[in-house]
Write a protein that binds this ligand. Structure first.
Ligand code: FAD
Length: 381
């Protein structure tokens, strides 16, 4: 049986997130964007309401909700501001490797930290010289007695300056390429970590993105996730959990852009008529609606599959790429509907267009998602 109805619990979550987004996120979005201000107070309120860390199991203080539930919440938060949403969702990305590969002690210490207090964490894979090609990372973790000593640099790390701990991917044996990488949890107060300056990005400026340097950072071996050599697999499998949620954020942004375009097109008149009466405009909006629905269905499918315990890698990549590309187009078309005013900071659509772009880049670019889809399709044909 197929049923597209949300459960009563899911409807309640959606309602809660929608209200929070409308009252707490949307009114502050423009200011946080202008000042590049990290949304600590907003995140603390979201945390108190149970809108963060929702997927962490109840055993470690979370709500134990599924990925699909997380997608429903994220779409609503992103509707208000994707910059703030990314700041909150970065916790989910950092937590995912721990959920996938952590032992009970690691989960209790590090996931428990996120659920006990409104704290942040960060996922550190990308480096100045390696993004899509993860095998190009140069960070090294060298075993030294009961410890590892980490040296290297990370780049574009969301939540770098506010995190209490980092998930760090490093080589323990560079000669083995992907099979020589290991994943570590590194407390942010460990000696030898330097946090770089805040990057002034095109969009999503409420989110904090920085470089990180690890200079002889010593951590106990018990902070390694899984076995040596399993780091790449752990870091990549985390995306099966998070890409559906990131895609849901893109859907939320696109829905906001469409709603803004609809409202404006009904009031703006040219040649004596509201511009909504022109097919050139109404068809643009019809396309927006159609593509938003299609993206949401893919998002739900990707979340549903992993919640059902099935491999969702293909669907997660499809949802992420489709929703990201769709959001970029919808936001660009929304600016078009606004004409000259769309290009101005006075109206919200220029921010939506700037914010949309990063969805095609972070958590794997739209090109990399296509590589994953093709591999999944050919390998499992
Ligand atoms: C705001 C922001 C936040 C981020 N947050 C994080 C974070 O929290 N943690 C983290 O680890 N990283 C983070 N990243 C990094 C992000 O994941 C990378 O930027 C992304 O994976 C792309 O890597 P790159 O920038 O090195 O681009 P490159 O890998 O150099 O790619 C450049 C271009 O080439 C294309 N390309 C590369 N290889 C191929 C190929 N084989 N086939 C076809 N096209 C290809 C890419 O799609 C892209 O268009 C963030 C980035 C930004 C900008």
């Amino acid at each position: 049986m197929i049923d597209f109805t949300l459960s009563d619990d899911q409807k309640q979550l959606q309602e809660l997130a929608r209200k929070f987004s409308k009252e707490e996120i949307a009114p502050k979005a423009a200011l946080h964007d202008k000042e590049g201000k990290f949304p600590r107070e907003v995140a603390e309120k979201a945390w108190a309401l149970g809108l963060m860390n929702t997927h962490i199991s109840t055993e470690f203080g979370g709500l134990g909700l599924g990925v699909l539930d997380g997608c429903i919440i994220t779409e609503e938060l992103a509707y208000g501001c994707t910059g703030m949403c990314t700041a909150m969702e970065a916790n989910a990305l950092a937590a995912a490797p721990v959920m996938v590969a952590g032992n009970d002690a690691q989960k209790a210490e590090f996931l428990g930290m996120l659920t006990a207090e409104p704290k942040f964490a960060a996922y550190c894979v990308t480096e100045p010289g390696a993004g899509s090609d993860v095998s190009g990372i140069r960070t090294l973790a060298k075993k030294d007695g009961e410890d590892y000593v980490i040296n290297g640099s990370k780049m574009w790390i969301t939540n770098a300056s506010v995190a209490s701990w980092y998930f760090v991917l490093a080589y323990t044996d560079p000669t083995l390429k992907h099979k020589g990488m290991s994943g570590f949890i590194v407390p942010a107060d460990a000696k030898g970590i330097t946090v770089g300056k805040k990057e002034w990005n095109m969009g999503q400026r409420a989110s904090d993105t920085r470089g990180l340097t690890f200079d002889n950072v010593r951590i106990p071996a018990r902070y390694r996730l899984g076995n040596e050599g399993e780091g790449f697999k752990i870091a990549m499998s985390a995306f099966d959990h998070t890409r559906p949620t990131v895609a849901a954020g893109a859907v939320g942004l696109a829905k906001r852009a469409m709603d803004e375009a609809v409202a404006y097109s009904m009031t703006r008149k040219t040649f004596g008529q509201p511009i909504a009466s022109y097919q050139a405009i109404s068809f643009l909006i019809a396309e927006m609606g159609m593509n938003i629905e299609a993206a949401r269905m893919l998002v739900y499918k990707a979340g549903f599959e992993i919640d059902a315990g099935r491999r969702n890698t293909k669907f997660a990549a499809m949802a992420k790429a489709f929703a990201a590309d769709m959001a970029m187009k919808v936001a660009t078309d929304a600016v078009q509907v606004f004409g000259g005013y769309g290009y101005s900071e006075e109206y919200p659509v220029e921010k939506l267009m700037r914010d949309a772009k990063i969805y095609q880049i972070y958590e794997g670019t739209s090109q990399i998602q296509r590589l994953i889809m093709a591999k999944e399709i050919f390998d499992r044909a």
